[in-house]
Design a protein around this ligand. Structure first.
Ligand SMILES: Nc1ncnc2c1ncn2[C@@H]1O[C@H](COP(=O)(O)OP(=O)(O)O)[C@@H](O)[C@H]1O
Ligand SMILES: O=C(CO)[C@H](O)[C@H](O)COP(=O)(O)O
Length: 488
């Protein structure tokens, strides 16, 4: 298992952002990887490794605390530790160890091992200052667990798994084109499991990946957040499960739901002891990975959007209107008093990783002229199945004809993914969402400046790398908010 230490990100002068409709998110100053104040960074690093003696230079006051965010993405997990100003004091990432269990991977073991291994990677002096923790995970990644022990009763359903067998049943109970009316929805996964002859229904409880990981830390089974619970049918507008769902027999397995970044309780004693956390360290509800990436980007005005170019392409557009239409894989997550409209395509980095290493991507991208359109027309998918802006579980990948020159091939793939992104934003506009006027990029693809220029040309919009590109930073902001609410 490889732990890759990401360089400590620099800090810039504290920007007091203009007032914004998004409450908390605009109250934490923006820090970026931009003009790094190395002196301040160096002192921050010293401070975070020493005891907190307080230092006006980097803003750490005596006794000041830190906030831990963890992102469990598709290919690996990351953490970021920030202070109340948003300065990063430690971060790292780790690929999942893979354990084969018969024909399939034991993802639950991979996630659990990675969780505790990353906690070990946080320097002890920083761990001792952490006041709250939050975790984001891949959306609709579903684990059915024993409601008494928390142990999984079945293998997890991953975020992009489609349980089309359950779709007719789900469509028969849910409103037309509701978010759950997609084979990859959490509700389809639950119904598919419930209808299995060997499902142990008596003591079952449904959790999402982030919920289960957080449970390992706080020990209170059955708590989720209204972002993760959206795709099982939770209605974040009325803050409850709808009656058409509560009247189903399997509603007994649904978790309770509270807002993201809400304190659930203190760390379990065994976690405090094992990792030397403070006894007053709280664990807060999390969110999904693409929402955490949106939070990290600090976009606070309607019309701003974040495209997460990770293994998948997940789009989040801040909108004053709520849109949902399962025919196209479009749904709206709640963010305080606004809506994050979008969806997640299966195109993205996973296809690139099937064809090129990260080093090859860098080398080949250098040869691309982003201002020149590629004539190649692909629909890049890692395997059959697409969720958004086309919702078709049988959609086949299109990656041919392959030119002899790999740089040309990559150019065609990057441009084709950009066209999918442009179609997605056009669809959101046609469905009535606030018109996008600027796109920030998160995820591994955000580092590719040639791709950013291709996307800017294809989208016809300003496209830039988000100030913070890691979802773990967004999860740390949730932990910070949870700690501040806990004090009030
Ligand atoms: N230079 C690059 N250009 C485009 N994509 C890249 C580049 N480097 C890495 N990637 C892609 O980034 C993806 C990993 O991003 P990440 O946000 O870590 O994904 P996830 O969180 O979904 O696991 C990989 O699929 C990889 O192909
Ligand atoms: O693609 C994914 C994994 O990275 C998830 O589906 C992504 O989280 C999008 O889901 P949501 O919009 O609910 O956050």
């Amino acid at each position: 298992m490889r732990t890759q230490k990401i360089n400590m990100l620099g800090t810039t002068t504290i920007n007091r952002p203009a007032s914004s409709a998004l409450h908390f998110w605009s109250s934490v100053p923006k820090f970026g990887t931009g003009l790094c104040n190395t002196k301040r960074l160096a002192r921050a690093r010293i401070m975070s490794l020493g005891t907190s003696r307080g230092d006006p230079e980097v803003g750490l006051e005596v006794g000041e605390r830190l906030y831990l965010g963890m992102d469990f993405g598709t290919s690996g997990a990351r953490f970021a530790v920030i202070d109340r100003r948003g300065i990063i004091h430690a971060e790292a990432k780790k690929e999942y160890p893979l354990y084969l269990s018969g024909e399939t991977y034991d993802w639950v073991s991979s996630w659990k091992v990675t969780l505790f291994s990353l906690l070990e990677d946080i320097p002890l002096h920083i761990r001792k200052l952490i006041a709250s923790i939050s975790i984001d995970g891949t959306s609709a990644t579903t684990i059915i667990v024993d409601s008494k022990t928390g142990e999984p009763l079945w293998r997890p359903f991953l975020y992009n798994e489609s349980c089309s067998d359950a779709l007719p049943i789900v469509k028969s109970i849910a409103p037309v084109n509701h978010t759950v009316c997609s084979g990859s929805s959490t509700l389809c996964k639950l119904v598919s499991w419930w209808n299995r002859v060997d499902s142990n229904k008596k003591c079952a409880l449904l959790l999402h990946q982030a919920d289960w990981l957080l449970w390992l830390l706080h020990g209170k089974l059955g708590v989720s957040d209204y972002n993760n619970a959206l795709k099982v049918g939770y209605d974040p507008e009325v803050d409850s499960y709808p009656q058409w769902l509560l009247s189903q027999q399997y509603s007994q397995v649904l978790p309770s739901v509270i807002a993201p970044g809400t304190s659930i309780g203190f760390l379990k004693e065994e976690v405090i002891t094992r990792f030397d956390f403070q006894k007053d360290c709280v664990v807060c509800t999390g969110t999904t990975d693409s929402i955490a990436a949106f939070l990290a980007a600090r976009a606070t005005q309607p019309g701003k959007a974040v495209t997460s170019l990770g293994s998948t392409l997940a789009i989040k557009l801040l909108s004053t209107s709520r849109i949902e239409d399962a025919r196209f894989g479009v749904y709206s997550h709640r963010l305080d008093d606004k809506w994050l409209v979008g969806g997640a395509s299966n195109t993205g980095g996973a296809v690139l990783r099937q064809l090129f290493t990260d080093e090859q991507l860098e080398k080949l991208s250098e040869q691309i002229n982003p201002l020149q359109a590629s004539p190649l027309d692909y629909y890049p998918l890692p395997k059959a199945g697409e969720r958004f802006p086309v919702a078709d579980p049988n959609m086949a990948p299109r990656l041919h004809p392959r030119p002899g020159n790999d740089a040309e091939y990559l150019h065609g793939i990057l441009e084709s993914i950009a066209r999918i992104e442009a179609n997605a934003y056009g669809l959101l506009k046609d469905l009535g969402a606030t018109q996008v006027d600027e796109v920030f990029t998160a995820g591994g693809g955000a580092k590719n400046e040639k791709w950013t220029k291709i996307r800017e040309r294809v989208l016809g919009l300003p496209v830039s790398r988000a100030v913070q590109t890691e979802a773990a930073y967004g999860a740390a902001l949730l932990a910070l908010r949870g700690a501040q609410q806990n004090i009030q």
